[in-house]
Design a protein around this ligand. Structure first.
Ligand SMILES: [Fe+2]
Length: 290
């Protein structure tokens, strides 16, 4: 269990680490019935995690600027190994029945998008030590609600997931709820924070921040949706980037990685400098329409 404390909790905070502030007296600041998890802070500054009845004492760390306090309990829940155990899902079912649904969506939400969200989710699961099976299912189903509606695709994806006969035959109600919540929580413009570590992972994995990919997906979506001129596509794309990816944009990030931070900076710069953006846009646009 030592590894949960030292390796995993530290690892994601490599960018910026600071010790949890010592609280004046011992008290429970977090208790999760669902994961049977408690976090206790003691006078000495030691922290005890109680996961499924077992105590793990030590000094735990929180990143001071990049992460908010709510995220630690969610991470700890994700570690509770036996609670989230489930029978492995048949990946040929996902490959043959779920991923092909993406072939009918717009250029920005094709099968390659689902696969890249799966890959990023599995990498995060490995990195954080949380259940990869759950992350895989969440990622595979996260956008299938686009078959029904764009506006409510996150809740529609969750509904289709809950109604899926194969899933119902395989997973308990508790796990189905957990996964459906995470699917709902992936939405970039959602005002609410994800309710579990699995929602955090899919939300972050869905944010493909490599600037070229971001702009190219936006252009493809624009072309599929509106048959308008180059200038109008440029305006639309710039507007989208400014609203979503600028410093004040609505996109939220939960688990920062160094690569993401570099990409975020690049996107901030593009949103701030329209001339540079237009040049960047032109290059990618010409490649797409040629
Ligand atoms: Fe997505």
């Amino acid at each position: 269990m030592e590894e949960y404390r030292n390796k995993r909790l530290y690892k994601i905070y490599e960018n910026k680490v600071s010790q949890i502030e010592t609280l004046p007296e011992s008290r429970t600041i977090f208790k999760s019935e669902r994961a049977q998890t408690e976090i206790l802070y003691s006078e000495s500054g030691d922290t005890t995690l109680i996961i499924a009845g077992e105590e793990y004492k030590g000094s735990f760390y929180l990143a001071s600027e990049l992460l908010e306090e709510w995220i630690l309990p969610l991470l700890v829940e994700g570690y509770s190994p036996s609670l989230w155990n489930l029978s492995p899902i048949d990946s040929s079912y996902i490959n043959e029945r779920i991923l092909p649904m993406y072939d009918n969506f717009d250029g920005a939400h094709q099968r390659d998008h689902a696969i890249s969200v799966i890959d990023a989710s599995l990498a995060a699961a490995k990195d954080l030590g949380v259940n990869p099976e759950i992350c895989y299912i969440v990622a595979a189903f996260h956008d299938i609600g686009l078959t029904i509606s764009r506006e409510f695709h996150h809740t529609e994806s969750a509904r289709l997931f809950r109604e899926n006969e194969y899933i119902k035959s395989l997973l308990s109600d508790q796990i189905i709820n957990l996964i459906a919540q995470a699917i709902e929580d992936h939405r970039a413009s959602s005002k609410n924070l994800p309710r579990s570590i699995f929602g955090i992972i899919v939300a972050d994995s869905d944010r493909l921040l490599e600037p070229r990919t971001v702009v190219s997906r936006t252009i493809k979506f624009g072309i599929a949706r509106y048959s308008s001129s180059f200038d109008m596509q440029l305006e639309r794309c710039y507007d989208h980037i400014s609203k979503k990816y600028s410093r004040e944009g609505y996109l939220k990030y939960y688990l920062p990685t160094i690569q993401d931070i570099n990409n975020r900076e690049k996107l901030y710069k593009l949103a701030e400098d329209k001339k540079a953006f237009s040049k960047f846009f032109d290059e990618i646009y010409q490649e797409i329409v040629k």
